[in-house]
Design a protein around this ligand. Structure first.
Ligand code: ZN
Ligand code: ZN
Ligand code: ZN
Ligand code: ZN
Length: 359
């Protein structure tokens, strides 16, 4: 009997989405290194771990595993799968792709299908091996750079894909070509699909991220023309969110508000019980909605709101007209210059441009 070895790309794609779901991934870059915690029969380990376990050298490990990048090894005695990667590969982004590729072999059960504990060229017929490789690469692409995210951004190119997904230039070039050609022949990925809904919020955030060149702050807003922090109009688009959760914001989000903009706790007297009907604190009388301060007054003291914007409670300036906020005027929020000074020059973050390889 002659076997036909045709890669099943649809299946590889679906397996990638399945792993997003299992690992509850809703943002990029995907953190691949710790995916194994979601499985009982999977471990992701560097070559040095393997070398130590087996009491062999790094070179022997490469020879034994048949690759100087990584492999998916089925350890039959223990019935576990080891995704192993060569930690000495200098390019971290490349290691990420390798791990994702080997995870593809794992998710698609290639070891079982080929009845090999290690998949490698020479071990199985070339055509069969190629099929597994193509499926694993398709898996890695969909896992690290889901097309529903990339193709729904207002602008995407090789550079952006590389940065946003934290993948190598080589991988992002291929990915870009692939999605571009797909688009040409009419392939569309809807944010309303199951996988689309998973990343919809992330796509919104990335698409609407603004960066202020004046105070180095970035924030998400669809309509802002002025910085929410310092009121400057020096805004640029930045498609990059901070890549790790370990980056501290210098302008901390201190107050939270309900949908009408009313803070939950009075910033002045700390009263927690707001009256549903009014915008003033029932205890100390502070107006508890942060507004644009572009207000003038009639002779009878009635206010005229020249700009009607209701702001988030942490805004120092109006994102519509750049005017200061009422919370800044009445001292609920300190001026941004003061906070920046306190944070010290060394810790001032250009959040939007931080590089933080997230393995
Ligand atoms: Zn492979
Ligand atoms: Zn600013
Ligand atoms: Zn109060
Ligand atoms: Zn305004």
């Amino acid at each position: 009997m002659r076997m036909i070895f045709e890669p099943n790309f649809k299946k590889a794609e679906q397996a990638a989405y399945q792993l997003h779901e299992i690992a509850n991934i809703t943002a990029l870059p995907v953190k691949v290194r710790k995916i194994d915690k979601h499985f009982k029969d999977l471990k992701i380990k560097p070559y040095k771990w393997f070398a130590k376990e087996w009491g062999i050298t790094h070179e022997e490990t490469i020879r034994l595993l048949g690759s100087d990048e990584g492999c998916c090894f089925h350890w039959k005695q223990q019935d576990i799968y080891l995704v192993l990667y060569n930690e000495k590969v200098e390019n971290q982004a490349r290691i990420r792709w390798t791990i994702a590729h080997e995870l593809g072999h794992y998710m698609l059960k290639h070891n079982l299908k080929s009845q090999r504990s290690i998949l490698g060229r020479g071990g199985v017929p070339d055509k069969e091996y190629d099929m597994y490789e193509k499926e694993a690469n398709c898996f890695a692409r969909n896992f690290l750079a889901p097309p529903v995210v990339i193709t729904n951004l207002p602008h995407w190119d090789t550079y952006l894909i590389g940065e946003l997904c934290n993948i190598s230039f080589e991988a992002s070039t291929h990915t870009f070509e692939f999605y571009k050609n797909g688009k040409k022949i009419g392939v569309r990925y809807s944010l309303g699909s199951k996988i689309g809904l998973r990343f919809k919020q992330f796509v919104f955030k990335v698409s609407n991220k603004k960066y202020c060149k004046n105070c180095n702050v970035s924030f998400v807003s669809e309509t802002a023309r002025f910085c929410e922090c310092c009121g400057s109009d020096q805004l640029t688009r930045t498609l990059f969110l901070n890549q790790g959760d370990d980056i501290e914001m210098i302008y901390p989000v201190v107050y939270s508000a309900d949908e009408s903009g009313k803070v939950n706790i009075c910033p002045r007297c700390l009263n927690e019980e707001m009256h549903p009907a009014g915008d003033f604190c029932p205890q100390c009388g502070l107006e508890v909605v942060n507004r644009c301060d572009d207000i003038s007054y009639y002779s009878n003291h009635a206010p005229v709101f020249n700009c009607e914007a209701v702001l988030s409670p942490n805004q120092r300036h109006c994102h519509v007209c750049g005017c200061q906020s009422t919370f800044l005027r009445n001292g609920v929020l300190e001026p941004w210059e003061k906070i920046k000074e306190k944070a010290g020059q060394t810790t001032v973050l250009s959040e939007g441009f931080s590089k933080n390889p997230s393995l």
